[in-house]
Design a protein around this ligand. Structure first.
Ligand code: AMP
Length: 215
């Protein structure tokens, strides 16, 4: 199955995309994760992306197009994928259309998770991530066993540099302005399914499961 998984930053996309990955047996491809690896490794793509990411702005479309074009052609994406964080602009929808046409396949669906701005700010300012293994915690709803320490690998947890309140509000503004039109494009194609992202992870997962079974 080939899915696009959309939603504002902090709505719980990463957690649910991991569920879809194991449920469907296809890779979860997050452009945010791919970019963070590139920044950490200091590749030329990472150097181009760094400032945009720190300021909560979108990385230019041509950078993302190269990144995703290359990733979707790898063997593990052959039987399907869950795209997370891409496409984020109407131009990126066209980029994805071209990549899919080149590899001879089409999308099966687009899921969008929704939540209020207040809930998103609460979730993101409390989010702590592990810089080594990528595990994600929340100081209230999913605290690590020992404060500030990753349960999985023991590293010190950090607040992502773009999870500060100012940058979160900028990311939400960008989402509304540039990414919501993407959802409307897919609605027009009859592919969009809306999911309430405000409940706990189990409840949201149940709704996703129902959507998958319905397809
Ligand atoms: P995320 O982890 O999806 O919230 O992405 C973190 C940051 O990476 C975003 O705020 C953007 O700066 C950048 N980014 C991720 N995906 C894209 C994309 N499809 N287009 C442009 N920039 C992106």
């Amino acid at each position: 199955m080939r899915l696009v998984f959309m939603g504002p930053p902090g709505v719980g996309k990463g957690t649910q995309a991991k569920f879809l990955e194991s449920r469907l047996g296809v890779p979860h491809l997050s452009t945010g994760d791919l970019l963070r690896v590139a920044v950490k490794e200091g590749t030329s793509l990472g150097r181009r992306a760094k400032t945009f990411m720190e300021e909560g702005r979108l990385v230019p479309d041509e950078v993302i197009g190269d990144l995703i074009g290359e990733r979707l052609q790898r063997a593990d994406a052959g039987s399907g994928f869950v795209l997370d964080g891409f496409p984020r602009t109407v131009e990126q929808v066209a980029i994805l259309d071209r990549v899919l046409a080149r590899i001879g396949c089409a999308l099966d669906g687009v899921f969008i998770l929704r939540a209020s701005e207040a809930e998103i700010v609460r979730r993101l300012t409390g989010r702590r991530t592990c810089p080594r293994c990528g595990a994600v915690f929340h100081i209230e709803s999913r605290p690590p066993k020992s404060a500030g320490i990753c349960d999985t690998c023991g590293s010190a947890l950090v607040l992502r540099p773009d999870d500060t309140e100012d940058v979160i509000r900028e990311r939400l503004r960008v989402y509304e302005e540039q990414t919501l039109p993407v959802a409307e494009t897919y609605r027009g194609r009859g592919l969009l399914r809306e999911i309430d992202g405000t409940g706990d992870a189990e409840t949201v997962r149940g709704q996703l499961e129902a959507e998958i079974v319905r397809r």
